[in-house]
Write a protein that binds this ligand. Structure first.
Ligand code: HEC
Length: 164
């Protein structure tokens, strides 16, 4: 019976209340506040914990990105390897971030890729991987592209981690 009022309150107040349920259910927070009325410590301790979670998140983001990038790279693996000198249908992508375009000796690039010029900066890769056929018309890379910016960022971070 004790939580009945709070659950009906949740139904009545709709979506704004639902936001407050993460990561601690509002009813739980409310009960902490009630049981310690007059005493601020538990609630501020919870606030401090949430703040710590927010502050530590960026440190974890890099590792997360690499892991996510490795997953995205599965889409490239039928044609590419990140091992140095290992060309498949596509050229080895070892050290590709910062590498001149179409510069793997002995790989048969399309005329379009040879004519592109420039360097694979992160920005160039981001543009190319969004839609390879549009970015380099005539490319031999038959890949529809990565529509999600976070997928492109993750796979580029993964590629950037494979260099000398
Ligand atoms: C179906 C095979 C295939 C898939 C899948 C594929 N590629 Fe390619 N890729 C190629 C080929 C072939 C080329 C050479 C293109 C050319 O010469 O026009 C290439 C070229 C490239 C280049 C230019 C390399 C250089 O030396 O200039 C990059 C960068 C690249 N691919 C990244 C990727 C990434 C990242 C993925 C996955 C998200 C991917 N490719 C998926 C076949 C593929």
């Amino acid at each position: 019976m004790a939580f009945l009022p709070s659950s009906s309150r949740r139904t009545l107040s709709g979506s704004t209340d639902r936001k407050c349920n993460w990561p601690w259910p509002g009813s739980f927070l409310a009960s902490v506040q009630r049981s310690t009325s007059g005493e601020e410590i538990p609630v501020s301790a919870i606030r401090a914990l949430s703040l710590a979670a927010i502050l530590f998140a960026p440190g974890l983001a890099l590792a997360d990105d690499l892991e996510a990038g490795e997953k995205v790279f599965k889409k490239c693996m039928s044609c590419h390897s990140v091992a140095e000198g290992e060309n498949k249908v596509g050229p080895s992508l070892f050290g590709v971030v910062g590498r001149p375009v179409a510069s793997i000796e002995g790989f048969k690039y399309s005329d379009a890729m040879k004519a592109k010029g420039g360097t694979w900066t992160e920005a160039e890769l981001d543009h190319y991987l969004l839609n390879p056929k549009a970015a380099v018309p005539g490319t031999h890379m038959s890949f529809m592209g990565l529509k999600k910016p976070e997928d492109r960022a993750a796979v580029i971070a993964f590629l950037a981690s494979h260099h000398h």
